[in-house]
Design a protein around this ligand. Structure first.
Ligand code: 5GP
Length: 190
């Protein structure tokens, strides 16, 4: 475990992977287990809040507000994903912990291009059937499920190209354990 949280100051861990792979659940569990070591950056989006989705899942904003922030240079990265904007605001203060970004591969590419100290983890579903079941379960409309499944293959190819560390999310406990180990090794090899 970290003796000195300050040692983690500048590591950014980008967690990417196709929709329905369980990124949100895995990241939430990582935060629950290691609150003094990691923090999650809350993204802005122009997408509508899903029924039952937490109010703080994102900062939900209009396209105008998002575009204004782009103009003001207020995003570390941003991308358009299935007709909505998503972006990581530049943090006002970094709390001296590993910063987790749960973002798509376009955003991952932008973070890598900035030459920041970052580690890229790509989560994969155990199977396409499992992923489809997870997408349906969370209440996306049918046409969105189909769009997200079509996008999944594209994202998997990009994950490999970017040299991401792949983790197949079979059991959440195992995925979180592996993710934490990968983060620790990245910190130790700096
Ligand atoms: P969802 O609509 O399912 O919440 O998210 C759609 C996709 O956008 C997911 O792949 C998610 O990881 C990604 N995403 C969420 N926040 C951000 C962000 O701030 N930047 C980028 N580039 N992608 C994001």
């Amino acid at each position: 475990m970290c003796e000195d949280p300050g040692e983690n100051r500048s590591l950014i861990v980008v967690v990417s992977g196709p929709g329905g792979v369980g990124k949100g659940t895995v990241v939430a569990e990582l935060l629950r287990q290691y609150p003094s070591e990691v923090w999650l950056s809350r993204s802005w989006t122009t997408r509508e809040q899903r029924p039952g989705e937490a109010d703080d899942a994102y900062v939900f904003v209009s396209r105008e507000a998002f575009e204004q922030r782009i103009q003001d240079g207020g995003f570390l990265e941003h991308a358009e994903f299935l007709d909505n904007y998503y972006g990581t605001p530049i943090p006002e203060a970094t709390p001296g912990k590993v910063q987790i970004l749960e973002i798509d591969v376009q955003g991952a590419r932008q973070v890598i291009a900035q030459d920041l100290d970052c580690l890229l983890i790509f989560l994969e579903a155990p199977s396409a059937a499992e992923q489809e079941a997870r997408l349906r379960h969370r209440g996306d409309p049918e046409h969105k499920v189909a769009q997200r499944l079509a996008k999944a293959q594209e994202e998997a190819t990009a994950g490999v190209e970017l040299g991401a560390h792949p983790i197949v999310n079979v059991k959440i406990e195992d995925t979180v354990k592996e993710m934490y180990q990968v983060i620790r090794s990245a910190l130790e090899s700096r």
